[in-house]
Write a protein that binds this ligand. Structure first.
Ligand code: ADP
Ligand code: MG
Length: 265
């Protein structure tokens, strides 16, 4: 802790808090996420997993890991500071002023590149949502918050008790099937839809009707002025059977929108 000076608290959650700090020697700003370490051994492993999995990622569209250490029953993860805030805040700032198709495609391409890197390491993020996607000062997308991430095919991938916001959860997860790489693709589809409309694709006044809409894949159509490629992408990403959904590799390479996306990478 002596290495860093606290600048301000930027986020508070059940885990602990996220604080903006400045490194005393380099003067660089970082985010330090403090996680209360549980006494229970298996829970302790869960908390440490976030730091371990983030440290394995090295990609321009993933928040860069700097270091992690434990002090006074706290796990501290030091990472790159994204001064542009999160994408949810950015969407809210728009009020009802839509993003341009170019802007949407650029951000979406960056998200897919980051998420593909995660999947290439055989890791699932499992909590992709606009609040966990950050922007740098020059407007580059960085995926963050690996607090729910897990290694693909581990038994933990099955035992995922969902506690966060339900809007981004894929139909197979509600159906108690294992979380897989396509479930992350569904969540990114939700973020893409949010960028296109400034609304969630699946919304309802009760959990029951929300889950029904998700499982039917029933969402209001995108505004017709948006390019065909975006309409097509959303439709593919919201296939209710995960096998029919494209992987990130497919979206970025063989998909018919890949050329449009790659312009931005
Ligand atoms: P939680 O598990 O509480 O969702 P997050 O890792 O998402 O934890 O961090 C909580 C909040 O702190 C985020 O929603 C965001 O506002 C802020 N935050 C976290 N990491 C960063 C970062 N690297 N750069 C900027 N803000 C961040
Ligand atoms: Mg978060």
């Amino acid at each position: 802790m002596e290495k860093y000076l606290l600048v301000k608290v930027i986020g508070e959650g059940s885990f602990g808090r996220a604080v903006l700090v400045r490194c005393k020697s380099s003067q660089e700003k970082y985010v330090l996420k403090e996680i209360q370490l549980p006494k229970n051994r298996s829970k302790l492993e869960n908390s440490r997993r976030e730091a371990i999995l983030l440290s394995r990622m090295k990609h321009p569209n993933i928040v860069a890991f700097r270091e992690a250490f434990e002090a006074d029953e706290l796990l501290c993860i030091v990472m790159e500071y994204c001064s542009g805030g999160d994408l949810l805040q950015r969407i809210k700032q728009q009020k009802s002023n839509q993003f341009s198709a170019d802007n949407i495609l650029k951000w979406f391409a960056e998200m897919c590149a980051g998420a593909k890197h995660i999947h290439d390491q055989r890791v699932l993020h499992r909590d992709l949502k606009s609040k966990n996607i950050f922007l740098t000062d020059n407007g580059t997308i960085k995926l963050g918050d690996f607090g729910s991430a897990c290694i693909l095919n581990s038994s933990k991938a099955y035992a995922h008790a969902y506690v966060g916001t339900p809007y981004y959860v894929a139909p197979e997860v509600w159906d108690n099937k294992p979380y897989n790489n396509k479930s992350d693709v569904w969540s990114l589809g939700c973020v893409l839809y949010e960028l296109c409309t400034l609304r969630h694709p699946f919304q309802a006044s009760s959990w029951k009707s929300l889950i029904l809409k998700v499982c039917r894949g029933a969402y209001p159509p995108l505004p017709s002025h948006l390019p065909y490629e975006l309409q097509y992408l959303v439709k593919q990403m919201f296939k209710t059977n995960p096998k029919d959904r494209p992987s990130l590799h497919t979206i970025l390479t063989s998909h018919r929108v890949s050329r449009l996306l790659r312009i931005h990478l």
